[in-house]
Structure formats: structure tokens, C-alpha cells
Ligand binder design. Sequence first.
Ligand SMILES: NC(=O)c1ccc[n+]([C@@H]2O[C@H](COP(=O)([O-])OP(=O)(O)OC[C@H]3O[C@@H](n4cnc5c(N)ncnc54)[C@H](O)[C@@H]3O)[C@@H](O)[C@H]2O)c1
Length: 350
Amino acid sequence: MNTVLVTGGAGYIGSHTIIELINANFKVISVDNYINSNATTYDRIKEITGADVPFYDTDLRDLEAARKIFQENTDIVGVIHFAALKSVPDSVDNPDFCFDNNNNSLINIAKCCVEFNVPNLIFSSSCSVYGNVNPEDLPVTEDTPLKKAESPYGYTKQNGEVILEFMCNAYPLHAICLRYFNPVGAHISGKIGELPAKRVNNLVPVITQAAAGVIPHFTVFGDDYATRDGSCIRDYIHVSDIADAHVKALQKKISGEYTTAYDIINLGSGDGVSVFEAINAFEEASGVKAPHEIGSKRAGDVESIYSNPVKAEQVLGWKPKYNIHDMMASAWKWQLRMKELGIAKHKLED
Ligand SMILES: NC(=O)c1ccc[n+]([C@@H]2O[C@H](COP(=O)([O-])OP(=O)(O)OC[C@H]3O[C@@H](n4cnc5c(N)ncnc54)[C@H](O)[C@@H]3O)[C@@H](O)[C@H]2O)c1
């Protein structure tokens, strides 16, 4: 059994990836400082997989604490580095905290990989690295030139990619930057999903919260964009498909089939879905109305972005399994489950 260290393993994408890793027969160790999650996530992982996940409560900005994990687990063959602060508005309010957390955690993890001879590192990058894409550049490929980051958060992802590229040149380190488009939905069992954030501003969580009556309604920011129905267009991708891509990337690396020392791969469906189409898909999948109002455009929102996912298929043999209806149905199942579990508003207030 190969051992994988998952950083940010109690978080949304990390927890779904741990499930897919266990299903693929990996042994998993998790590390998290619970700044945006809590350790009850491991109970939900156990409910689905039957496995106990050993975990460390560690802030990865602390290099010595990070080194201890590698010292105590000499059989780690790969690291999947999810740990980061992901809220764009929080990064705008506290850019220094976001830079400190995201850059220093990554540098410490990459340093440990070099020091402890762990050759494979997968980094959570994001489509936010593309900045405000020109419509003629759609769909974006990995070679689409990056524009100025729209937020400190987006800048940490641009920066993270550059840090890893230089470290892979300097040391015997292999890194893959997976640029996620819009991960949504929940495990198909409905037993685990994204915990509500302090500032809920992503579309799918606000849709499910409005439908469940947790919030009275949500706002569609702008219906006068130059798109087919006037609303913004995004590339939604089921979180378990994202998880599966990580498993495939690690398997290819470990088998020796995938020898590129530093690589970047888009993880998206390739389909642009508008906000109104997403709302309709939710209402069809759940049979429940999602009350909303139309507001004005929000500063910093890109009109349209979606991926060209061809490289992921060619290099990883990965294609998404789930469509927008599956994404919405699973998100709704999780919203109902959260009600049963008594998780209503922000998780850290529970
Ligand atoms: N969810 C998205 O829409 C999205 C899109 C693109 C990229 N990403 C990236 O994917 C990764 C995972 O995102 P997510 O949605 O699962 O976020 P999340 O907040 O649910 O998970 C991140 C986890 O990292 C932990 N963490 C943060 N800083 C840490 C530190 N210094 N030390 C230890 N643990 C720390 C948090 O407590 C949390 O559990 C992040 O790097 C994020 O930037 C997410």
C-alpha cells in the first residue's frame, strides 16, 4: 500500500480526495489546522469508507512541525497539497495573511518533499490564475497567457506555480499543478460535502441554502453580460471528479509512466454553464425552487471562463463522470443531510 500525505484533508476537496484514495487502495495521512474545517470530517470519511484516517493537527506555516510529519512517516510516496485559504473576499481584506498562509505552507511542504526524498507533489491551483480572460481566448488551455490576478488569492496560486517550477528545476522534485475550474457538489452518498463558509458567496451553496430556507434568497449578480442569457458563465466540475483526477495523477507518477518533472493541467468539464442554467439544473434535479433576485454586476467577476480539458484526458486518462444535474442533486442531498446533522450556518459556530 502506498502512503499519501493529504494536506487540508479535513477540507472540502481534500476530504473527497481522501475517499477516492482509500477506494484506490492508498494509505492516507491527513494534516490540517482546521482554520476552515473541523475534525468531524474524518468521522464522515469513516462512515463512507470504513477507514480511520490518521491525522495531524498542524499549521503548515510551521516548518519544524511539518518536518515532524515526514520524520514520523518515512513511507510517504506523494503529497497532495490542498491546504490554503481560499476565500477571495477574505484575501482582499487581509492580503498579508493569505500570502503568509498560502505561500509559506507550500514552500514548507515542497522543502520537506525535497529533504525527505518524496518525489511527487500535487498542488491545488485554480482557474483564477488566468485572471480576466479575453472572450477570444475561450476555452482556456494550459498555454493561455495568464493575466494579472484579480485578487491576492489568485496571486498566491500564480505564485505557487512559479515557486514549484523553480524548485523542480533546482531539486529532484516532481510537481503537478492542477488548475481546478469550479468544483461543486458533494459525495454521491450525500454523507459528506462542503461545510458552509463564513461568507457564502459561491453559487451552488447559496442556491442550496436558499432552497432549504437557510437564507431567504440569493442574488444573481448581473443579467446584462454579453452572454447567451446575460448571466456569467462558469465551468462547474463535480468534486468527486476532481478527487479522481488526483488519484489518476498519483498512480501515473508512481507507475513511472508520467515522467514530466513539472506540469500544469486544467481540471474542468469544458462546458460553460450560465448562472440561470445552473439554477434551472438545480430546480430540475431537486424539484425545489431556489428563490433569487437580480442584482447589479459584482466587482471582480469575470464574464465567462471555461476550460479546454483535452490535456487532462491525454495525460491522465481522466474525463469527468458527473454532469450538472448530478452536481446539483448531490449538493442538495448534502444540504438536507446538514439539516439532519444540525449544521446550518457557518461550521465554526457549531
Ligand atoms: N473550492 C474551490 O472552489 C477551489 C477552486 C480552485 C482551487 N481550490 C483550491 O483547492 C484547495 C482546497 O480547497 P477547498 O475548497 O477544499 O478548501 P477548504 O477550505 O475546504 O480546505 C482547505 C483546508 O486547508 C486547511 N488549511 C488552510 N491553511 C492551513 C495551514 N496553514 N495549515 C494546515 N491546514 C491549513 C483548512 O483548515 C481547510 O481544511 C485550496 O488550495 C483551494 O485554494 C479550491
